[in-house]
Write a protein that binds this ligand. Structure first.
Ligand code: TRP
Ligand code: ZN
Length: 881
């Protein structure tokens, strides 16, 4: 390790700020290479805390400081490369600071930068300190007035938070605008945009009669791709009023789409800035999944207006306070807009694919971490997705009405405050008069609990006993795990496939419900149900009521039975995943032993009965028919063998395709619609099932009929969902068919940078023999750029993160390629570099040879000069723990 400043921050060290900022006046003279920023901070000493004023600053050129209008001598302040300290200030004063910054040089995309010639900002988490010296911490909340000056011709649109209060035209082709945000906010919610943008407009009429002007700003030529995001925004606004009683609080709401962006989107007060990928969509450019994602992210950022902005975080250890809660809210929104079970299934897939491995690996941390080196590394699946699961469990425990009462009390108490996760839990307790003392452990304890279940039926007493044992493995840095309070929803399925009434021993005389949430809060617990007149199959953790790994003693027959009968759609799907995982793992063993693979047709027959069930929603059926991913199956092995899992999974898929050939053909043919494309959930579900069927047919080598269907679909489809589904299959075929389709796609979409990202990604996840060679060639394609995070993720990220069998190639070339990419990106964009790293952290689960190669690459990264804090933290933790 060279030239790295390692400074870990700890939650226990929190102290309140020594000065509060009542109001901020900002002035920007915007020039690409030299922007002058002047700030006037109205300061008040915090009576509870002593000490000097310490302002954060990063890559700023300080021009001058004044206190109450008087120039401050250089002896009165001290500056180092990350802070500015001013001592001896009066208890109240106005501090004026002038700085110079270079937006054109800012490739980190934090602070003020240029994207396609337009100025924009990204301040969360700690980007504001790259704009001006400031107490860059979320518990300092101030109102803002922002004046910007820019060239009228090249930057006609000038935006910031709040309301436009004045504007004018200046000399030399300049113009200016002044915005005022009446709501106090932390600086991470500050935003500014100056550019040449087209505007797509609409309006919203709120429940209480307020009119809100809605505007989406995009690069010229993209106006025709805004309608869906706008519609999603209006539905989000309505939904939040209806579900949580939360209305929007200003008369203007702006969204700006930019091409260069580190994450999905940002909830800056009244000026959300989005990765253009998360806004722009048309039938010809976006897939159904992308439409769904746009809807969810628009809602997510809008919902932050209350959960994040009106009530914000005291410090960054509380990040899940806003993110977990807002993800939970956007998940609920999507389940109301679309199919609730399908949404739950998708979310659990994501949780298992990203959060479970994170929580079992070297970067494991609780949803409220206790220490970090670089906060950007903590925008994780744990903070977001597990955080949302913890909120969901509270709503499961308190009921929907009880949860709502808690949320109401939270806003009543904490509006305009910067608070903690603890404040949220206390509001839930106080509103419901319950004790969540034990439940709180979910906030501080990392790791995924493993729950073992056994059961027995007592024929004589007609009782059924469920025995539960929980155990949380020791995650890195956290010993001595304690049992958690797990809300465990169960049902008992009778032999006719119908749910039996549930009466817990001790609760005799109660009316039996058919699903019950048990309070499972000890290491070992047994629950006995009485008056169970026949031996049932238990359905456990229905709707994924808790984020656990469940291990059961189901027989194959039990799983097939649940696949066909469970009234809980999630558990029905989970039985299917469970069964398929079992089969693949059995085949992997066969492969490793070098014996002949055998195909078991029982699974396909259970699938066939689902296909034949016409009452099933096509979107749900598509989920039932989608096999678990290679990563998910490999996760279940002591020593992961990706190549063997890939081979076994492909063998199983081809076996199912052969056995259900007629059914798949029929699903494909019958689902064909002659109506124009619509992105709604029902139409998307129909496309999903057809494309799943096509995917099965595509696994059959030497099946000219299947190939014809795929090529035909690629050529004639009128929408990106179908075109992309076909292209994905073709891109994995060696030789002319694949190459021809890729060439035609490139020609057709070379003008559309977002669609070209799909073209990069589909080649990176291809199964052709030399995928890596193909990826390396594409690095020099004119449409590729290391400076654009979407491009990096599409090409490099897809290969290293979504093509495990290739990435883990025995020659170690995949590892070397990833390390080379990270070392290169470290100097351009540390956040993006660091986020690419996680596949190398999985070395502990590989065999000795792979381990050695992966560790060597991690070490090579750590030996790089001028390593960023971001990359240093992840690489060193990955190697050391
Ligand atoms: N708060 C944003 C969200 O959840 C996340 C985000 C956007 C972000 N851009 C970022 C976080 C840059 C860190 C850095 O919607
Ligand atoms: Zn968020």
């Amino acid at each position: 390790m060279k030239n790295v400043q390692v400074n870990a921050i700890h939650l226990k060290d929190y102290i309140a700020p020594s000065f509060l900022v009542n109001h901020v006046d900002l002035e920007f003279i915007l020039e690409p290479k030299k922007t002058i920023v002047t700030s006037w901070l109205k300061l008040t000493r915090n009576p509870d805390v002593g000490g000097p004023l310490v302002l954060d600053g990063d890559e700023l050129r300080l021009l001058s400081i004044k206190v109450d209008g008087k120039l401050l001598e250089t002896s009165k302040y001290a500056q180092d490369n990350s802070s500015l300290t001013v001592d001896g200030l009066p208890d109240t004063c106005v501090l004026e600071i002038k700085t110079e910054i270079d937006p054109a040089l800012n490739t980190q995309l934090e602070g003020l930068y240029l994207s396609g010639g337009n100025f924009c900002t990204q301040c969360e988490a700690e980007g504001f300190r790259r704009i001006t010296f400031y107490p860059d911490r979320p518990d300092v909340m101030a109102t803002y007035t922002v004046t910007m000056h820019a060239d009228l011709k090249s930057h006609p649109v000038l935006l910031s938070n709040g309301n436009l209060i004045d504007q004018g035209v200046g000399k030399n082709g300049k113009h200016w605008a002044r915005w005022h945000d009446p709501f106090p906010k932390p600086c991470y919610l500050f935003a500014l945009v100056a550019g040449d943008l087209a505007c797509y407009e609409d309006s919203y009429h709120s429940g209480s009669g307020q009119d809100v002007a809605l505007k989406i700003f995009v690069e010229h030529g993209n106006e025709d791709k805004c309608a869906y995001a706008m519609d999603a925004l209006k539905r989000s606004m309505r939904w939040d009023e209806e579900r949580f009683g939360l209305e929007y609080d200003l008369s203007i709401f702006n969204i700006v789409a930019v091409s260069d962006f580190n994450m999905g989107a940002m909830e800056n007060k009244s000026l959300n800035i989005f990765n253009s990928k998360c806004v722009l969509a048309s039938s010809d450019t976006a897939t159904d999944l992308e439409f769904e994602r746009i809807e969810a992210i628009v809602a997510h950022e809008y919902f932050h207006n209350w959960t994040g902005n009106r009530v914000t975080c005291r410090d960054w250890f509380q990040l899940s306070l806003k993110e977990g809660l807002t993800v939970y809210r956007d998940q609920e929104f999507t389940s109301d807009m679309r199919s609730a079970p399908v949404k739950r299934i998708q979310d659990v897939r994501t949780l298992r694919a990203r959060q479970f491995p994170e929580d079992a690996g070297p970067l494991s941390h609780p949803i409220r971490p206790e220490t970090y080196i670089e906060i950007n590394n903590f925008y994780t699946a744990t903070i977001y997705e597990k955080g949302a699961e913890v909120i969901r469990m509270m709503q499961e425990i308190l009921g929907r009405d009880g949860f709502r009462k808690g949320v109401d009390l939270y806003f009543e108490r904490h509006d305009n405050q910067a608070v903690t996760c603890e404040d949220f839990v206390v509001a839930m307790e106080d509103a419901n008069d319950v004790d969540l003392k034990h439940f709180r452990l979910w906030y501080s304890q990392a790791g995924t609990p493993e729950v073992d279940t056994t059961w027995s039926y007592d024929e004589v007493n007609k009782s059924f006993t469920l025995n539960l044992t929980q155990y949380t493995p020791v995650a890195h840095g956290q010993e001595g795990k304690r049992p958690l309070h797990i809300p465990m929803t169960v049902g008992l399925v009778g032999r006719d496939g119908k749910d039996l009434p549930l009466i817990l021993e001790g609760e005799e005389g109660k009316q039996g419900e058919t699903s019950k949430t048990l309070r499972f809060d000890q290491e070992q617990q047994s629950f006995t149900f009485i008056s169970v007149d026949q031996c049932p199959v238990p359905s456990i953790n229905r709707n994924f009521s808790s984020p656990i790994k469940l291990s059961t003693t189901y027989s194959d027959d039990d799983l097939r039975f649940l696949m066909e009968n469970d009234s809980d759609a999630f558990s029905r799907w989970d039985a299917s995943q469970n069964y398929a995982t079992r089969l693949v793992l059995r085949m992997v063993k066969t492969i490793q032993e070098g014996t002949e693979l055998e195909y078991d047709s029982n699974y396909a027959q259970a699938l066939a009965r689902n296909i034949a069930d016409e009452t099933l929603d096509p979107a749900f059926l598509a989920q039932m028919l989608s096999l678990p991913s290679i990563d998910y199956v490999a996760e279940q092995m002591q020593v992961a063998d990706f190549a063997a899992v890939d081979q076994a999974r492909t063998f199983l898929k081809a076996g199912i395709a052969r056995e259900l050939y007629e059914q798949f053909l029929e699903l494909y043919m019958c689902g064909k619609e002659n109506t124009a494309y619509s992105p709604d959930a029902v139409s998307a579900g129909k496309r999903a099932i057809r494309n799943v069927a096509l995917g099965f047919l595509g696994t059959l080598k030497n099946d000219p009929k299947g190939l014809d269907l795929i090529v035909g679909q690629y050529e004639v489809s009128d929408n990106m969902t179908d075109r992309m589904a076909a292209l994905t299959l073709l891109a994995s075929m060696e030789g002319e068919v694949g190459e021809k389709a890729l060439k035609s796609f490139e020609q057709r979409y070379s003008h559309d940078t977002l669609v070209m990202d799909k073209w990069f990604a589909v080649q990176a996840i291809s199964k052709i023999p030399d995928t890596l060679g193909q990826v390396k060639n594409l690095l020099t394609h004119p449409a590729f750029s290391y400076k654009n995070p979407n491009k990096v993720r599409a090409l490099i990220g897809s290969f290293t993160g979504a093509n495990p069998a290739k990435f883990h190639a025995d020659n170690g070339e995949g590892y070397r390629f990833l390390a080379d990419s990270i070392i290169h990106l470290n100097g351009i964009n540390p956040q993006v570099a660091s986020r690419l790293l996680s596949p190398l952290g999985g070395w502990r689960r590989m065999d000795g040879n792979h381990q050695k190669m992966m560790k060597a690459e991690l070490q090579r990264i750590l030996d790089t000069e001028n390593l960023s804090k971001d990359v240093f933290e992840v690489a060193s933790k990955s190697l050391a723990r």
